[in-house]
Design a protein around this ligand. Structure first.
Ligand code: SAM
Length: 278
């Protein structure tokens, strides 16, 4: 008998993966958490039936959400990750000479499942530079400040993550950053969720001096074409010379990708009515 996992990537589009084995399935206080072994994409974690990561393509998302803002800042010492309980983003941040990384994940059971089933992602949890807080990122950011980079590595805008995409939250993120601080958020598929992206872009650009969208190809996320939106208080992301960036051990991110990822196709630009800086 064949076993398949299916995710509604939009109201009318489903994405399915053939399952070898179901390893874990549990209702946490916040969401339904599952881990599967798949035929094609390695091991996967899902939350409320939405793919969070697969061991085959997770490197794209985690490299791009980390290295683009960290290299744009150039000398980040203190970094905050909101969400990101699988640890992939922490793993990438720790490739930089940062001093402190704070992870604020609302659901402790995501962290525990990652330690058990995804050791190649969760290895940074035990690094002495990492501190983990099992709290709501929305409240945490109101009470903690002094970050160089804040990365919002959240689930889709549903359940506890809804507030992580609000203008009030972005204002608190702005206040939690140092004067040259940079934030980045994962901002969904421009193909299926163009209106959402436009709203978030508008909110972030009403608060930060520079707002730039960049993209990456992530096979298991809706549309396989994903956006990240960066807000910067004073550093112009387009002024970074990727030729000056140090080498890093990566599989998707590169100096050339750092430059090209900010180039947006006309259908995205036009749908956003971006300002000339984007
Ligand atoms: N790469 C993933 C994606 O785009 O599908 C995101 C991965 S990570 C597992 C997302 C995490 O955000 C989840 O573990 C979830 O518990 C966490 N999260 C959701 N809302 C949160 C909140 N308000 N505060 C902190 N963490 C939150």
């Amino acid at each position: 008998m064949e076993l398949w996992f299916s995710e509604y990537q939009s109201k009318n589009v489903r994405f399915s993966l053939r399952i070898k084995d179901m390893l874990y399935s549990r209702k946490t206080p916040y969401q339904f958490l599952s881990v599967f072994e798949t035929e094609e994409m390695g091991r996967i974690m899902t939350l409320d039936d939405v793919v969070q990561l697969t061991t085959r393509d997770e490197f794209v998302y985690h490299e791009m959400i980390s290295h683009v803002p960290l290299f744009t800042h150039r000398s980040p010492e203190k970094v905050l990750v909101i969400g990101g309980g699988d640890g992939g983003t922490i793993r990438e941040i720790l490739k930089h000479p940062v001093k402190k990384v704070h992870l604020v994940e609302i659901d402790e059971q995501v962290i525990e499942a990652s330690k058990k089933f995804f050791p190649s992602l969760s290895l940074g949890f035990s690094d002495p530079r990492t501190s983990i807080f099992c709290e709501d990122g929305i409240e945490f950011v109101k009470n903690n400040k002094g970050y160089d980079v804040i990365i919002i590595d959240s689930t889709d805008p549903l359940g506890p993550a809804v507030g992580l995409f609000s203008r009030e939250f972005y204002k608190d993120v702005f206040n939690a950053l140092n004067n040259d601080g940079i934030m980045v958020a994962q901002t969904e598929s421009p193909f299926f969720y163009g209106d959402f992206l436009k709203r978030v872009y508008g909110d972030i650009s009403s608060i930060f001096r520079f707002t730039n969208i960049y993209t990456a190809v992530i096979p298991t996320y809706p549309g396989a074409f994903w956006t990240f939106t960066m807000g910067s208080k004073s550093i112009d992301p387009t002024a970074v010379d990727p030729g000056e960036l140090p080498d890093l051990d990566t599989k998707y991110y590169s100096r050339d990708i750092h430059k090209s990822c900010f180039v947006l196709p006309p259908f995205v630009k036009e749908s956003l009515i971006l300002n000339p800086r984007a």
